[in-house]
Design a protein. Structure first.
Length: 178
């Protein structure tokens, strides 16, 4: 285990402005994952990321598809924390081991989900600079403009959390995926 470069906050050093958001996270998850405790150093950043998660909970993209995107992006960004967290969450949505393995390589057996993953991976790899073919494929698969926006939002959300966890060296508090 590596020593975190930005350790999660503790009860002794949590900014008062972060306490309500951490309480809401604990109410939702039953615990406060270390990622949120790390974001809590900045009440603004914590509120932003928690709000992002809450808002995407109402997305048109299914939770399964959002987890597929999260797993693919975490793999690309070498974020063990997010890979582990989203693998656990995907299992909670009934995703099977062979599907999880596929998500890590941007693969799905469902053609619509594959189009979504192709677009998400292209956005993450090229920083959205060259996604024309994948965008056309996603439209052909029937994605609405709202769903296309949500794919971009899901990638951005996961890049944010991946980058913080990689920079911070956040200790994995989910079943670790190697």
């Amino acid at each position: 285990m590596t020593t975190p470069t930005i350790a999660p906050v503790t009860a002794a050093n949590t900014p008062a402005a972060s306490e309500p958001t951490l309480a809401a996270v604990k109410a939702k998850f039953g615990t406060v994952p270390k990622m949120f405790s790390t974001f809590a150093h900045s009440p603004a950043a914590l509120e932003a990321v928690a709000g992002y998660f809450n808002a995407m909970g109402g997305a048109k993209l299914s939770p399964r598809t959002q987890e597929a995107i999260a797993i693919a992006v975490a793999e690309l960004n070498h974020c063990t924390y997010c890979l582990s967290a989203h693998t656990a969450l995907a299992k909670g949505h009934g995703v099977k081991a062979d599907e999880l393995s596929g998500f890590r390589t941007g693969r799905s057996t469902d053609p619509r989900e594959q189009a979504i993953l192709d677009l998400a991976v292209a956005i993450a790899r090229t920083r959205a600079a060259d996604v024309g073919p994948q965008l056309a494929q996603a439209r052909k698969a029937g994605l609405s403009d709202a769903e296309l926006v949500e794919v971009v939002a899901a990638v951005a959300q996961n890049v944010l959390t991946n980058y913080l966890n990689v920079v911070a060296g956040t200790e994995v508090d989910f079943p670790r995926v190697a």
